[in-house]
Design a protein around this ligand. Structure first.
Ligand SMILES: *Cc1c(COP(=O)(O)O)cnc(C)c1O
Length: 372
């Protein structure tokens, strides 16, 4: 994979969309200058930013309702002092990525599919991110690691699907991404590709006809985007999605259930039906992981179940994401509304059955201030 000085973090600096990215808010001062953070909060939030980087595009910032202190867009993008709260049960690597990694960039946990991190950069650092610690660590070295990854894939023909995640794979310039997808496709056992990206939501200008056509050449390719709230389904986002769909790329969505962002049946119903309007099929609703510095986003399993059950019978099955929980320690994802997840003896106590090993593990939730 050739990389020349005009690239930074794999991004071609000249591209129009990367100029959007460079113009975005990259620190707390920039948020103060835009009137989105009060000057008296700047010092505390700078301490947050030293631990967990700040980056938001001007486009995404423009969606914030300045008159609403509880704006769901604000909450996802603007750092919060609560990120410095660390609770004893919280984890730096909540789903156990590190233990399964090949060459630092491939996570092979499920037999038939593997995650590949081409980058740890993103168009925006979401404040609730479950990889918020990893993203601020050593970046993956795609060029150095790729030969070992390709060898591993050739030695493990049971892997049929590669999921590019990270980091956001669309941070790569089109030609680098094309080259990477071509190399992955050249492994005989790889039957399909998947891309997990938040660009259509946080910087939809990234998606143009050329990108859509290139991705479509690698079909079957599934693009899973990440809308959390109906306010994110803007004209720009709809345009980005339409370019992809019209080019022949299948687009799905995953959301994360987040306190005071979308922990509400009406909000989720509106989000998922608006996605269907633009031919995006809801795939997963993730229960929030026990990630350090994300306590202000946490929702309890009982509340999550209450919310998704309130939708049953009211919404078309097409608008139904599967509500999933990733069992800490790399034991796999399970549907919450199933016998993989059983109530324990007291509130906040659960038993989870791993779909990978069959092991039943205890899961204890922190107290939920909202379900008193
Ligand atoms: C979530 C995840 C996947 C994808 O799982 P699906 O259920 O197929 O969406 C694959 N590998 C790892 C390591 C994951 O965490």
């Amino acid at each position: 994979m050739p990389l020349s000085p005009e690239f930074r973090d794999g991004v071609r600096i000249k591209a129009t969309w990367s100029r959007h990215l460079l113009k975005g808010a990259r620190d707390v001062e920039a948020l103060v200058a835009r009137g989105l953070v009060l000057p008296e909060d700047a010092l505390a939030l700078t301490r947050v930013a030293e631990r967990y980087e700040v980056l938001v595009s001007d486009y995404y910032l423009s969606l914030i309702d300045r008159d609403d202190p509880a704006c769901p867009i604000r909450k996802q993008a603007i750092p919060d002092k609560a990120e410095l709260d660390e609770r004893p049960f919280e984890l730096k690597d909540p789903i156990g990525d590190a233990a399964h990694t090949v060459a630092g960039i491939l996570v092979h946990r499920y037999p038939d599919r593997a995650l590949l991190f081409p980058t740890f950069r993103c168009p925006m650092f979401c404040r609730y991110c479950f990889r918020k610690v990893a993203l601020n660590d050593e970046p993956p070295r795609l060029r150095e690691a790729l030969p070992e990854v390709l060898r591993y894939l050739n030695d493990h023909p049971e892997i049929e699907e590669i999921i590019l995640s990270g980091g956001d794979p669309l941070m790569l310039a089109d030609d680098l991404l094309d080259e990477l997808l071509t190399q992955l496709r050249s492994v005989p056992s790889i039957r399909r590709l998947r891309l997990h990206t938040r660009f259509p939501v946080t910087l939809p200008m990234r998606v143009d006809g050329a990108l859509a056509a290139m991705l479509a050449r690698h079909r079957p390719l599934y693009l899973v985007t990440h809308f959390n709230h109906p306010k994110e389904v803007t004209t720009e986002a709809r345009t980005a999605v339409k370019l992809l769909v019209d080019a022949g790329v299948t687009v799905l969505n995953q959301s994360v259930l987040l306190a005071e962002v979308n922990d509400d049946a009406v909000v989720l119903a509106s989000l998922n039906t608006q996605l269907l309007d633009v031919q995006v099929r809801p795939y997963y609703l993730h229960h929030p992981d026990l990630t350090v510095g994300t306590s202000h986003f946490r929702v309890s399993l009982s509340r999550g179940l209450q919310i998704v059950r309130a939708l049953r019978g009211r919404l078309t099955g097409l608008a139904w994401p599967t509500y999933v929980l990733d069992i800490p320690g790399g034991l796999g994802k399970v549907p919450v509304d199933s016998d993989f997840v059983q109530r324990g003896l007291e509130p906040g106590h659960w038993f989870l059955r791993s779909p990978l090993t069959g092991a039943v593990v205890e899961y204890r939730e922190p107290p939920d201030p909202r379900s008193k």
